[in-house]
Design a protein around this ligand. Structure first.
Ligand code: SAH
Length: 220
């Protein structure tokens, strides 16, 4: 019985989160709103932060990494301009929350995580929650997932020091890449790159964000 009460509280908190933090800040994509209402964020945070699961903040997860702020997840997802038939690549699985949000919206999600323990726990979590359209792989996302490419959209959920060209190569023409780029003193620029027919990239600035760094080959 107490468990039922608790889960109703979480449903209520999630609804409030979408109203107060997401809709009020101008996220209007119906698929994104519905995905944020669906995904039980409290199952993606560490037990000691359960009471903060639906608050307006990023939270620590294992291995010194973070689960992103719900609004930023919504904003990145909306900025990717997704369609139901899309195939999407995410770099930086982390808690798997963003991957689950994507999985609610598109046909296939591929997500790469460089820290092995996180990759394994993300995989287990998504499986237990019944997500069948997400595949998680442990590895460096720098080289992408050529076998599954090209993708309609690529989300990088860690701060890259430069645009990874190998990932651009795995984007369809018309495809969108959403990523935090260009480190300033305390933040990065969240941008959307659209791959044009002539191969050029159209860049659009979204907002300033704070992400953990993308590590691995991109730093070499
Ligand atoms: N999308 C996540 C946010 C995770 S934080 C969520 O919804 O919770 C960023 C993650 O990117 C970390 O887990 C970090 O280990 C991972 N990461 C950093 N560099 C990476 C790389 N080169 N390839 C794959 N994952 C990387």
């Amino acid at each position: 019985m107490p468990e039922t009460v608790l889960s109703l509280d979480f449903d209520f908190a999630r609804h409030e989160m979408v109203e107060d933090q997401i809709k009020r800040r101008g996220i209007h994509d119906r698929a994104v709103l519905s995905a944020l209402l669906q995904v039980p964020r409290h199952l993606f945070v560490e037990p000691e932060f359960l009471h903060l699961a639906y608050t307006d903040s990023a939270l620590p997860i294992k291995e010194n990494q973070t689960i992103s702020q719900p609004y930023i997840v919504a904003l990145m997802t909306q900025s990717a301009r997704l369609n139901a038939n899309d195939r999407v690549l995410e770099i930086g699985t982390g808690s798997a929350y963003q991957a689950a949000v994507l999985a609610e919206i598109v046909k296939e999600v591929y997500s790469i995580e460089i820290i092995e323990a996180l990759a394994h726990s993300a995989e287990d979590k998504l499986k237990n929650l019944g997500y069948k359209n997400v595949t998680v792989r442990h590895g460096d996302g720098y080289r992408g997932w050529p076998k599954k490419s090209p993708f309609d959209a690529i989300l990088i959920t860690a701060a890259a020091p430069k645009i990874p060209q190998l990932l651009i190569d795995q984007l369809k023409v018309g495809g969108r890449m959403v990523l935090p780029l260009r480190q300033t003193k305390s933040s990065q620029d969240l941008i959307v790159l659209t791959k044009l027919e002539n191969g050029n990239l159209k860049e659009q600035f979204i907002t300033a964000v704070v992400f953990v760094p993308m590590t691995g080959e991109v730093r070499r």
